[in-house]
Design a protein. Structure first.
Length: 341
């Protein structure tokens, strides 16, 4: 799997960026307050020789920082580092730590999804039984209607024919419901398989990259990274952290998709009343809306294949097959290795 083309998230859109904006706002407000409060004293100081020299030196430093790209990048790098350190005291921004949290969340979701699959399978067995029983009753009523016609029992013929017609209409709706349940079952089982691989890949990345990150941070300290910024060379530490952040964002999107589909599944199953053979439109509409969405991060191209299989009469779903427990094959490539290429 190739790494998706992810646009690096702007510093200002990250948690440390919000801290940076708050710090800048506080600095501007505080500076404005000091200038207005001590305006007379400041003007008096500037009027002295020492004050004029100091003011010109400060102004020169600001102009140099603005005009020189290397100095500007260095100051911004230092500012980002400080804001990141401050933010890290209150918010989890370490991608390794975030990925560890996602592993725990994924494992919990997998348990819930397995339970949903079992509940859905039980509902589908019951629904299939209702459809089969209806077919038997339809045939029975049609036979009775035929005999009634032969013996000129018109009232009996009408009653049995109408009963068979109602059951046929009911079965048409139930068959449609079963098809939607089949879509749900196929997607849930495939998401369950892919999410197992995802959890394993994340755990592998955390185990390997945690040590690698420590080594890179040790060999590329803050000063060396700052010098790389000044010289225009790529900052190895920043590049590594960016790759880890891209992994974190990709995992977040996939976990989010997994949880949204589990919600769709739960709402759909809650809307079905098999005993009375009815289902609410809202649950059906949510599932159809998901079907019409163009892409799936967890399923990829498998999504369209699953939908086609569910609609095909030639693809018979085996409800008695066990829920697949998948693991990445020995020596198989981790889907996140390419993020560091």
């Amino acid at each position: 799997m190739e790494a998706p083309q992810m646009k690096p998230k702007s510093f200002w859109k990250r948690p440390e960026g919000i801290t940076g904006l708050m710090f800048l706002a506080a600095l501007l407000i505080g500076g404005g307050y000091l200038i207005t409060t001590f305006a007379a004293s400041i003007m008096a100081f500037i009027g002295t020789t020492i004050g004029l020299v100091v003011s010109l030196a400060v102004l020169g430093a600001i102009v140099y920082m603005v005009l020189d790209p290397k100095m500007r990048n260095l100051i911004f790098y230092m500012y980002k580092s400080v804001m990141r350190s401050i933010t890290g005291m209150f918010v989890q921004i370490d991608p390794i730590g975030i990925l560890k949290t996602y592993v725990e969340e994924l494992q919990g979701n997998l348990r819930k999804m397995n339970k949903q699959i079992s509940q859905l399978r039980a509902q589908m067995h019951k629904l299939k039984e209702v459809i089969v029983n209806n077919e038997r009753e339809i045939n029975s009523n049609l036979k009775l209607a035929g005999k009634a016609k032969e013996t000129n029992k018109r009232n009996v013929m009408i009653l049995k024919s109408r009963r068979a017609g109602r059951l046929k209409d009911s079965n048409i709706k139930l068959e449609t419901l079963y098809k939607k349940m089949e879509v749900l079952y196929r997607v849930l089982t495939k998401m369950y398989e892919n999410s197992q691989i995802l959890a394993e890949d994340i755990k592998d990345q955390v185990a390997v990259k945690e040590q690698e990150r420590k080594a890179i941070h040790a060999s590329h300290g803050a000063m060396k990274s700052a010098m790389s910024v000044i010289s225009g060379d790529p900052d190895q530490r920043a590049m590594f952290d960016m790759a880890m952040e891209n992994i974190t964002e990709d995992v977040a999107n996939k976990v989010g998709e997994m949880e949204r589909f589990m919600e769709v599944s739960a709402n759909f199953m809650d809307s079905v009343d098999l005993q009375n053979g009815v289902f609410e439109e809202e649950g059906m509409n949510m599932l159809e809306q998901w079907e019409n969405e163009s892409t799936s991060l967890l399923l990829g191209e498998e999504k369209s294949t699953l939908l086609l299989k569910a609609e095909s009469d030639n693809e018979v779903l085996d409800l008695d097959a066990p829920v697949p427990e998948r693991a990445r094959q020995s020596g198989g490539k981790n889907q996140y290795d390419s993020f560091f290429d």
